[in-house]
Design a protein around this ligand. Sequence first.
Ligand SMILES: [Zn+2]
Length: 413
Amino acid sequence: MCADIIALGSSRNDIHYTAQFSAPSPGGVTRLCADDNDKKVRDWFRDQVLALGADYKVNATGTQFALIEGMDNSIPPIAMGSHLDTVATGGRFDGPLGVLCALEVLRSFREQDIKTRAPLVAINWTNEEGARFFPPLGSSLVYAGQSTIEAAHASYSNDGSPETMGGELQRIGYVGSGPNTFDEFSISAHFEVHVEQQSSLERADKPVGWVQGWEGMTWYEVVFRGADGHANTADMHGRKDSVQGAARFMTSVETLAHNMHGRSTVTAIESGPVGACNIQSRTKVVFCLMHAEGEGLLEMGRRAEGLAKTAASTHGLELDMTRSLHILPGDFTPEAVDCVARACGDKGVGARTLTGHDSLETLLVAPTAMVFVRSKDGVSHSAKEWSDKDDCAEGALVLGKSVLNFDEYLLKK
Ligand SMILES: [Zn+2]
């Protein structure tokens, strides 16, 4: 395979161009799902793919599909997808790089008259980050049959505001009539370029990597309920202060993660009543746990439940605890990973991801693999997130080659 199949660098330019579609976020990007900037970047993406002659569709959960015909359109398309939404005060690369590399592959194949046997589809998944609406992986969960359109539309605001994902997608004009599930629109495979968000490629001195699998992660929502009271006049003894229970729980679950060599992060806190003189009577804590081993993850979850009960009883609180998203460790599809590994050649190395991606959902329905691009110092979800120009170009090149490898694999199958 020749090394010049990709017109190197367009994804990198697009990264910096599309970074303008952001709330004020010095050096980085804040583009939350279905906000006005998300609409602008989606409109931009639509214009780019229409200029390539793609068959363009948007589905009910806002997923954008850009389909390019192959030589045999009876074969389900090979997909290249990721997400254009970011977290608040995020970086320029997490998500957008994958969609923009997909765009670069489509452009480059057209410029160089490379035709695949299977059609190709570039996908922008909705609310991957879950930064504005919970849960994350908003549209890929529905595509993989793990959730419904109704549930995705009802995804609530993390900041307690009344907007839902469905209402906001409707507001920006991104509830469409395109296919919603794998059954309605099947794909032959899904490939996703993503920044590594850790340092294994840097340590190996490699610009790219093939992702063998992921480590386990679980999200929980805990609500502590106490009793209202006057902040100044209520006796310190006998209070049912939900924020004190939550504080005890949060520090204990952090200690648990240290002790079990896992990770724990509180990702959202909501407490009320809001005021200057109230004892807090309801505090919600959303947190995630992460562990390399499945059994370790489950054990952390069991112990975290125990810690929540202890915190609640110590402060006389009622407790509701729900496990909202649970992903055990696993591996991507060997045939697809092999296509990426061969595309990387000696420029790459095998890696594992420590977090969730839309590819974990597509894997449930189709062969799936990911391409990692080296991250500077492994920093992500920060304005400091950075990948060098040549590394991004290498990621796009590997994506293009992986797709061609999989196209060839389908022929031989
Ligand atoms: Zn991402």
